[in-house]
Design a protein around this ligand. Structure first.
Ligand SMILES: Cc1cc2nc3c(=O)[nH]c(=O)nc-3n(C[C@H](O)[C@H](O)[C@H](O)COP(=O)(O)OP(=O)(O)OC[C@H]3O[C@@H](n4cnc5c(N)ncnc54)[C@H](O)[C@@H]3O)c2cc1C
Length: 508
């Protein structure tokens, strides 16, 4: 007999593991299969964890651990500096980037965090190892799957060539850009790619940090017409990353040190630790799901990295899909709830791709006026206009809370009227977030003296929907979903029964 699991997740990148942790949050077992025995320490990839992703990590109780593992403390810097080279002249800078300045701010329960993707993956792996519900098995890849009315049969292949069959109620394809799961359900990406090549380099340069004249910053953009790009620190020791723009794989691999030196602006001694060529993609899966198979993260969408949204959008997918699969599996929501995953998440991915593509329209090569690297007089003459162009064209890339915290599921079949946004955050006391008081499933938040409260409590009881009540009069009255989004707010018509049934996916 085949092994059986309620949910099989293909891919133990950040999104696959987050999906399993969301399911575990609701008591549902999931098995994650992943070929890599270890996280890829030399490929840092995502470095920007948004305030929203940190709030979702807080929900699972791991935000503190993620911050402890971050090599750059959040208090270290919230700046992005634009200069002629890492050691060159400063042109302009941004403050409060990526929501890193939100500590204690009423708008969010957590500020963002700069942390390399491998460190996040390591924390997620450890959290799964300690979970009574989630399991990660490394050394396995999904090779094929077949879906029928009652479930899905997946064939896995071990790194040693062993084959293994698993039967699951649901399969989540979080297996990245080259997703086998996407291929198996006959879905393709739609969209385009940017042709300009980029070459990432991780390097070690002892003593370099002491020479940087700009102070701490999470990004140093190099507006040098001869070699534009970005540089940043991976830790507070000697490890750095950089992106050399317009550099092909062949050029980069032939002499990576040349590009490091060009971006640093000095013939530094540096040890090349790793290289990674890439091009930006704007791709969205035509569909996100069949009845029992779902795509999440990069398997469903790819966006240019400008603004740092890719992995964060994937964590949003994981939470949206996870609570819904759990609600169906736990028996209090109909299977029809699952159709809302694509309806809610695909438009968010489309908007994210659009915003990241807009950020990509003006990069260091476009902003690098050749006079910036000329004489002092030439620099002084060119600087004001370049600084203005940077401030106008790049502000949205560093300050995107409207997207990060402000995206909404308004218009979703689950949501009533103008609701759908994330519940407005508030601090209830020092370090105590309103979000910490929400139930794991639905919560009615607001003035518990209102007459509708008893109606909701009865409707939830009748329908078997877990509902907690939270007295917080500032919220008016709102029905808050397990993902902290508002399904209904007082003033929108409908009976409690209708609103609740709609919020868990019963057709109207
Ligand atoms: C250079 C670069 C910089 C980036 N910077 C940022 C940033 O600052 N902020 C941000 O948010 N995003 C950034 N991203 C994007 C981010 O890295 C991805 O969005 C993120 O890794 C997506 O996570 P995922 O879990 O969906 O996919 P992946 O991380 O690709 O994980 C997929 C997993 O599936 C596994 N797998 C593959 N095939 C199979 C199979 N057949 N069976 C089972 N498992 C399989 C793989 O081993 C892998 O572990 C960047 C990307 C790049 C390339």
């Amino acid at each position: 007999m085949n092994e059986h699991v309620p949910v099989l997740v293909a891919g133990g990148g950040p999104v696959g593991m987050a999906t399993a942790l969301e399911l575990a949050h609701h008591g549902v077992p999931a098995l994650v299969v992943e070929p890599r025995a270890e996280v890829s320490w030399l490929r840092p990839r995502a470095k920007t964890t948004s305030a929203r992703t940190m709030e979702l990590f807080r929900r699972w109780g791991i935000a503190g651990r993620v911050r402890d593992r971050a090599a750059l403390p959040v208090s270290w810097s919230d700046q992005a500096v634009f200069a002629t080279a890492l050691l060159g002249r400063e042109i302009t800078r941004f403050h409060g980037c990526f929501g890193l300045d939100l500590a204690g701010d009423d708008r969010a329960a957590e500020p963002g965090q700069q942390i390399g993707q491998p460190a996040i993956e390591q924390v997620l792996r450890e959290t799964i190892a300690a979970s009574p519900h989630a399991r990660l098995e490394t050394g396995w890849s999904l090779v094929s799957l077949a879906e029928d009315d009652d479930g899905v049969t997946a064939v896995l292949s071990g790194t040693d060539g062993t084959a293994r069959e698993i039967r699951a109620d649901y399969v989540v394809g979080a297996d990245g850009a080259w997703s086998k799961v996407r291929e198996a359900i006959g879905v393709v990406y739609e969209g385009s790619a940017d042709e300009r090549p980029n070459f990432n380099i991780v390097f070690r340069a002892p003593g370099l940090a002491d020479r940087v004249p700009h102070g701490p910053a999470v990004h140093y953009w190099v507006l040098n017409a001869e070699q534009p790009g970005l540089v940043g620190r991976l830790d507070l020791n000697d490890l750095w990353w950089c992106i050399a723009q317009g550099v092909t794989r062949e050029e980069g691999e032939a002499d990576p040190l040349r590009f490091v030196r060009a971006l640093v602006g000095d013939a530094v001694d540096a040890e090349i630790v790793a290289t990674d060529p890439w091009t930006a993609k704007m791709l969205l899966a035509q569909r996100y799901a069949t009845r029992r198979v779902f795509l999440a993260g990069d398997a469903a969408h790819l966006n240019p990295p400008w603004g740092g949204h890719g992995f964060n959008t994937g964590i949003g997918d994981a939470v949206n899909l996870g609570w819904k699969l759990a609600a169906v599996r736990n028996g209090w929501a109909p299977a029809a709830l699952l159709a809302s995953y694509e309806a809610e998440r695909r438009p968010i991915a489309a908007r994210t791709i659009e915003e990241a593509a807009r950020n990509m329209a003006t990069l260091a090569p476009e902003l690098a006026d050749p006079r910036l690297t000329g004489t002092d007089a030439e620099f002084a003459a060119a600087r004001p206009a370049v600084a203005r162009a940077v401030q106008t064209s790049k502000d949205g890339e560093f300050h995107s809370l409207d997207l990060v915290l402000g995206y909404t599921y308004q218009g979703s079949p689950l949501v009533a009227g103008a609701a759908g946004g994330r519940l407005a955050h508030a601090w209830l006391g020092p370090g105590e977030s309103l979000y910490d008081r929400l139930g794991r499933e639905f919560t009615l938040v607001g003035d518990m003296g209102r007459p509708e409260v008893a109606e909701f409590a009865k409707a939830a009881d009748d329908a078997g929907v877990p509902l907690e009540l939270l007295h917080h009069p500032a919220a008016g009255l709102a029905l808050v979903r397990p993902d902290q989004h508002v399904a209904w707010a007082a003033g929108t018509p409908g009976t409690a029964r209708q609103i609740l049934r709609r919020a868990i996916g019963h057709p109207e």
